[in-house]
Design a protein around this ligand. Sequence first.
Ligand code: NAD
Length: 269
Amino acid sequence: MYNLLKGKKGIIFGALDENSIAWKTAERVHEEGGQFVLTNAPVAMRMGKINDLAEKTGAQIIPADATNMEDLQNLVVKAMEILGGKLDFVLHSIGMSVNVRKNIPYTESNYEYYAKGWDVSALSFHKVCQTLHKNDAMNQWGSIVALTYIAAQRTFPDYNDMADNKAYLESIARSFGYFYGKDKKVRINTISQSPTATTAGQGVKGFDGFITYANLMSPLGNATAEDCANYTVSLFSDLTRMVTMQNLYHDGGFSNVGVTPEVIASMNK
Ligand SMILES: NC(=O)c1ccc[n+]([C@@H]2O[C@H](COP(=O)([O-])OP(=O)(O)OC[C@H]3O[C@@H](n4cnc5c(N)ncnc54)[C@H](O)[C@@H]3O)[C@@H](O)[C@H]2O)c1
């Protein structure tokens, strides 16, 4: 505990259950003295778990479908009312592909599903940033973070259309980051996280083998959701004031490794 976020206020999207990266982040932000509103899609709310997190962290919950501009407007205005002023941090921890859910191969993508997944996983980030910007809802040096995956840069066949959504998401972070930085000195970054055992993560085909592979390929091993929460806290803090428009790998070194003896050993007959 370093009190890194004392006096800071924000919004955390995407805490579904105790495995969610957003859940762990909310716990860490709370420990560091930050106050926040929790939000998730109304349908996810019905699972009811988010209430436990809200109780634990003293947060209020405002439901919002992150693809719906009215919901987002209501969320941002109400969050500022509840927290008593402008915001310092926002976490976008949202992802969903209908093609992945329905096991449709990339080469046979259904375009309605594709568009839906893109809206939820990528465009929603622009919608969140635009709503914050229009309402002048962020304090100077505020920090907005979204979560992404290295399939945006390299092909991981079973990641399917989520790879395209993540490439788009990372581009929005750079583009909006430019304008928000210029106008208001607000920072926007994406964290490219190791495979992590969450509801969204486990939706990817062959996830168990894949998480083991990534672990063997990373000199530090896979970064956990708790590690990701710590990194996010650092990006919300004043210690990273000049970091913006970046895609930041948080993966135990995976992104810079070609192969490891452990992986080769697992290939040898
Ligand atoms: N788990 C991994 O291996 C991994 C790796 C890298 C990046 N990520 C990214 O991390 C983020 C968080 O995912 P997670 O792994 O914690 O899984 P998760 O399933 O716990 O979280 C995904 C969240 O997105 C929310 N969501 C879906 N549709 C929404 C909508 N229309 N409006 C608002 N919220 C909506 C869900 O309710 C859920 O809370 C995602 O962007 C994911 O792609 C995950």
